[in-house]
Design a protein around this ligand. Structure first.
Ligand code: CTP
Length: 366
């Protein structure tokens, strides 16, 4: 069971979302609402994801203190075990994640700095923004699951999902059938495996909680966001269906039927190739959607795009791929390929990330 100690502060509003993600990744969650916390969030907000308790009901796998006030930091650092969660900490429970929320100026105070250093020295993972505010739900989920040591713990994973849209005029666009389900399943699974996850989402309707979410519409916007985030990531999984063409010019108003329409298209930039060129250390996974046997196409893309893995699927088959709930893929690596038979996109995501984790470990060893 994961124990969350919720302190009084604006950050408390984020904690029900954090608990939902921890519970969705298979953990049971108990919440202690510290004095004053109920002014920000009530027990009903945790309904369905976590049990609000006075003290933990059994053994604790990990403890999250969020938001942690400077008073909580002091009590934890000085071994003052008053309060159920602080008592668990003082009794030696680990791993522990502490997410302070400090009023302006407090974070620089020497006593607060000393307490933070003591907590880090005592094996706590302290997650804090430079301005003293508490990080968002995505980071807290990743820090907590990562502290439990999943196969992607400590890695920053960037996923592109969905399908781009290129405007033709003020109402029309060139798009594709991608729903974003595969990319979102990968992002969700990566969080469960302990990674800190960012998603660049091209026209994906439902925002996935627990990740850093950047919505985009066009290829150019997707390229800009992926390029910026890739520089601070360890792995990129390029699941988005990116348009290969865009209109040579965009009409700002609506083109009328009476005007007729000759659409001139120009090729877009290959985002995957550009990202690979700019980030030689990044572990990159590409996708190849093919009619028929996907392996030769995937293998060709592995070389031409210079990526580490290519996930290939046969889009001519019914019930898998674009928009479907299931998929069936080949994961193609430089030294061979593996087949993942038809399964839910969540299970396919697990297989892809399992391969990614294995390959990245191999790379780090060599
Ligand atoms: N991709 C990209 N930038 C593009 C087009 C595609 O980064 N402008 C990425 C996709 O996200 C995917 C991979 O490249 O991971 C393969 O996409 P796909 O459309 O199958 O291949 P293309 O590179 O477009 O080549 P072709 O259409 O000729 O098969």
């Amino acid at each position: 069971m994961i124990l969350c100690s919720v302190g009084p502060g604006r950050g408390a509003l984020e904690i029900p979302g954090v608990c939902r993600e921890l519970s969705r990744s298979g953990h049971s969650v108990e919440v202690v609402l510290e004095p004053g916390a109920r002014n920000f969030v009530g027990p009903a907000a945790f309904y369905g994801y976590a049990t609000v308790v006075d003290k933990p009901s059994g053994p604790v796998e990990a403890v999250l203190f969020a938001p942690a006030t400077s008073g909580v930091l002091a009590r934890l650092a000085r071994g003052l075990g008053d309060g159920a969660a602080a008592g668990v900490y003082a009794a030696g429970a680990r791993p522990v994640v502490v997410a302070p929320e400090l009023e302006g100026g407090t974070s620089g105070h020497p006593a607060v700095r000393e307490n933070l250093d003591r907590l880090s020295g005592d094996g706590c993972r302290v997650v804090l923004r430079d301005n003293g505010s508490m990080p968002g739900a995505a980071e807290l989920v990743a820090a907590t699951l990562g502290s439990l040591g999943g196969p992607l713990a400590g890695l920053r994973v960037l996923v592109s999902a969905g399908g781009t849209r290129e405007p033709v005029d003020s109402v029309r666009f060139l798009g594709n059938r991608s729903s974003g389900k595969m990319g979102v399943a990968i992002a969700r699974e990566a969080v469960r495996m302990g990674a800190e996850v960012s998603v660049v989402a091209a026209n994906v309707e439902v925002v996935e909680p627990g990740v850093r979410w950047t919505p985009v519409e066009t290829v150019d916007q997707l390229r800009e966001s992926v390029m910026a985030l890739a520089a601070e990531s360890d792995a990129l999984i390029m699941a988005a269906a990116v348009s290969d063409f865009k209109p040579a010019s965009v009409t700002r108003s609506k083109i009328r039927r009476s005007e007729g329409l000759d659409l001139e298209l120009v090729a877009t930039e290959d985002v995957l190739k550009s990202v690979r060129r700019a980030n030689p250390e990044l572990f990159v996974v590409g996708f190849a959607a093919t009619h028929g046997d996907p392996v030769p196409d995937a293998r060709e893309k592995l070389g031409s795009k210079g990526v580490d893995l290519v996930v290939g699927n046969d889009i001519s088959q019914e019930g898998i791929g674009f928009g479907a709930e299931e998929n069936e893929v080949y994961i193609v690596k430089p030294e061979g390929e593996s087949f993942v038979p038809r399964a839910s996109k969540q299970e396919i995501a697990r297989a892809i990330l399992g391969d990614l984790a294995r390959e990245m470990t191999k790379e780090r060893r060599t």
